[in-house]
Ligand binder design. Structure first.
Ligand code: APR
Ligand code: PHB
Length: 391
């Protein structure tokens, strides 16, 4: 089998890249190790920057997003039992949209299968070959039979645990990493939303976030230990902790309880692999970088990467040379590091690092207090949160 671009991984990065290339007349084959049901049900974050929505819109992939997405023009920071609104849209002219990542994945899978382009699920033993030549290839096993795909370019969109990054030689690959001493326990509950906007809460017992999926499906997160055992978190303990961390000084929390339909623990890590390219292999999304979810940047960064990669591939196939491909890694990394900084900053400001460190608590609250009392401070947060420009 032969194609122009071989894409490994059917997450938001791989699926969107395949679709953007299709719209430009560039052929690709997408290979995914998991089943369709698995990738469509996998619960992840769900906040889209306006730039992400605009890219999906321009690609004709936003019809359901526009019907079901929840548009937000502000968010609340809560500390010392009081909420402070950051008016994102007043400060930046831009909005964000809540729409689950797996909904984006479902929409992109349906589009691709709708026009009959190749998308292989349950591709086992995926491996890349000859990436330093002009004829790289991918091999895998499908229904027990060995398969091979020759291509011009390989896009490594296979997430943090994928195989692509490992093909960059160790003497070339540089890893920058920070692992946080906590994780997030996330739940999905059939309950009214806590508030019509997101609440990011700093509390002495640890961070909490109140977000949503639909008006009656609420997503809530609690800072927990990285090795947290979900068995120690019966529903009543989760609600008790949410009430406490989201409590208001002058009244009870607005948390509404309801049946918990999903529970999970997400590790918190900042990670960047440089460069994002080796020969004809290009990494995009979580394959190259991970951010802690406090800044809501994960999926947005994946979309920005494939937007840049699409532009570079379009120029390459139009005979305009390899300058775009050669500059891909640096162009992505410049924006990625700004999102890394923002995600690290939000995480540092809102989480409890060391329960015994009273000085740190005071400094955190002072920073939040300063931020919420300063137009410049709020604007800095807002500009980064709604998404830096895609130059
Ligand atoms: N072969 C084929 N597919 C693979 C392989 C492999 N060896 N290893 C992993 N995959 C698949 C995974 O099953 C997954 O479907 O690659 C896909 C990668 O998708 P994501 O992990 O969603 O990564 P990405 O598309 O970069 O999107 C980034 O995901 O983790 C979140 O917060 C993150 O929102 C961000 C988004
Ligand atoms: C979510 O809705 O899952 C979500 C929103 C904002 C974040 C993280 C997660 O910062």
């Amino acid at each position: 089998m032969r194609t122009q671009v071989g894409i490994i991984g059917a997450g938001p990065a791989g699926l969107l890249l395949a679709h953007l290339l299709h719209l430009r007349g560039i052929e690709s084959v997408v290979l995914e190790v998991r089943s369709r049901a698995y990738i469509e049900e996998r619960i992840r974050a769900g906040l889209l920057e306006q730039g992400t929505v605009d890219i999906l819109d321009g690609a004709g992939a936003a019809a359901r997003l526009h019907r079901e997405g929840m548009i937000h023009e502000g968010l609340a920071l809560r500390f010392d039992g009081e909420s402070h609104r950051i008016p994102l849209t007043d400060l930046t002219g831009r909005r964000v949209t809540i729409y689950g990542q797996q909904e984006v994945v479902k929409d992109l899978v349906a589009l691709r299968l709708g026009y009959g382009a190749p998308l292989v699920f349950e591709a086992a033993d995926v491996a890349v070959h000859d990436i330093d030549s002009e004829r790289p290839s991918i091999t895998w096993t499908e229904d027990g039979a060995p398969r091979r795909l020759e291509c011009d370019i390989i896009a490594g969109c296979d997430g943090f645990h994928g195989i692509c990054r490992g093909n960059i030689p160790p003497d070339v690959l540089r890893i920058y990493e920070r692992v946080y001493p906590f994780a997030w326990l996330g739940i999905l509950a059939e309950a009214p939303n806590v508030h019509h906007e997101l609440i990011y809460a700093r509390h002495d017992r640890g961070f909490a976030l109140a977000t949503m999926r639909t008006p009656t499906l609420t997503r809530l997160y609690l800072q927990c230990r990285p090795d947290e055992d979900l068995g120690e978190w019966p529903d009543h303990r989760i609600w008790e902790e949410l009430h406490a961390r989201l409590a208001r000084r002058d009244g009870p929390s607005e948390v509404h309880e309801g049946p918990i339909v999903q529970k999970g623990v997400t590790a918190m890590r900042s990670f960047v692999a440089e460069p994002m390219r080796q020969g004809r292999l290009f990494l995009a999304g979580d394959a190259a970088h991970i951010v802690p979810p406090t800044g809501a940047k994960g999926m947005n960064l994946a979309v920005a990467d494939v937007w840049y990669l699409t532009q570079a591939l379009e120029a390459f196939y139009a005979g305009r040379g390899t300058a775009g491909l050669d500059g891909y890694s640096d162009r992505c990394l410049r924006r990625i590091w700004k999102a890394q900084r923002f995600s690290w900053w939000m995480t540092s400001m809102l989480h409890r690092f060391d329960a015994g460190d009273a000085f740190e608590h005071k400094v955190q609250v002072a920073e939040l207090d300063y931020l919420c009392g300063s137009e410049a401070g709020m604007r800095t947060l807002a500009e980064n949160y709604v998404g830096l420009p895609l130059d």
